[in-house]
Design a binder for this molecule. Structure first.
Ligand code: BTN
Length: 241
């Protein structure tokens, strides 16, 4: 494993992607930065993180995963790796809000952005970007965001947490393509608001339903009021509460 520490960069995902385009990159090469000036979030959003307070890093993982529809298994494995790492740190009430926001109680403490390189239906490699809020205390304008320190009051050593997560990522990603049923059932066991009546928003408006799980392609399975199970992708549905 090779860890490259940067004082600042625009985005560790972008940095690692450019590095991998220039020359072959060793498996598990990790880029970590104290300050991200243009961090990227899911669905084209921006990831904000106070300099020196949090973990912002990206891991290069060589894969040879077929078919490319198994992409969601990577997401599930990464979510499990983060949750298991945070369990080691005794962070309470951990869950994963579909598809891969990590929450403690109702606060989002970690976001994940995975960018896969797919050639001829094979996932060749993944860049796994993780933004974990660790010691930041103020999240002005982001009422649902929080940090480990917000939750426990403890000031954490960033390097120590990085090493715990990298170890867990190795363990969980090693199971990819081997124990798919277990990955999905474990992921579902941590799913936020599973089996609870919830409110969702789609282009047609609000509706109520109960999250039952996920499909293996990463669609959210929701039991809607008339007892019909429907599946939704990230672009069509938002879980409100
Ligand atoms: C989300 O929207 O929840 C995903 C956020 C992912 C942020 C991390 S920080 C390190 C890596 N580099 C980026 O530009 N984004 C990811």
């Amino acid at each position: 494993m090779r860890i490259i520490k940067l004082n600042a960069t625009d985005s560790t995902n972008r940095f690692l992607r450019n590095l991998s385009l220039d020359s072959p990159v060793q498996d598990f090469t990790t880029i970590v930065t104290s300050q991200q000036t243009n961090g990227r979030g899911q669905m084209g959003t921006h990831w904000q993180s106070q300099p020196f307070k949090n973990l912002t890093f990206s891991v290069y993982k060589k894969l040879n995963l077929f078919p490319f529809e198994s992409q969601f298994y990577i997401s599930m494995s990464v979510a499990l790796a983060i949750i298991k790492s945070l369990e080691q740190l005794n962070i309470p009430k951990l869950s994963v809000k579909w598809p891969n926001d990590i929450l403690s109680a109702n606060q989002k403490i970690c976001g994940v952005l995975i960018e896969n390189v797919i050639k001829q239906s094979v996932i060749e490699s993944s860049i796994i970007g993780v933004g974990l809020n660790v010691n930041q205390l103020d999240f002005n304008g982001l009422p649902q965001a929080g940090s480990l320190k917000n939750v426990t009051g403890v000031n954490y050593d960033l390097d120590e947490i990085l090493h715990i997560i990298l170890k867990q990522l190795e363990i969980q990603l090693d199971l990819l393509g081997k124990d798919t049923n277990r990955i999905k059932s474990q992921y579902e066991s941590y799913l936020f608001r599973k089996e609870k009546p919830s409110t969702f928003k789609t282009a047609e408006g609000l509706f109520s339903g109960i999250i039952k799980g996920v499909s293996e392609h990463g669609l959210l399975e929701v039991l809607i009021e008339d007892q019909v199970l429907k599946t939704y992708d990230l672009k069509t549905i938002k879980l409100l509460y």
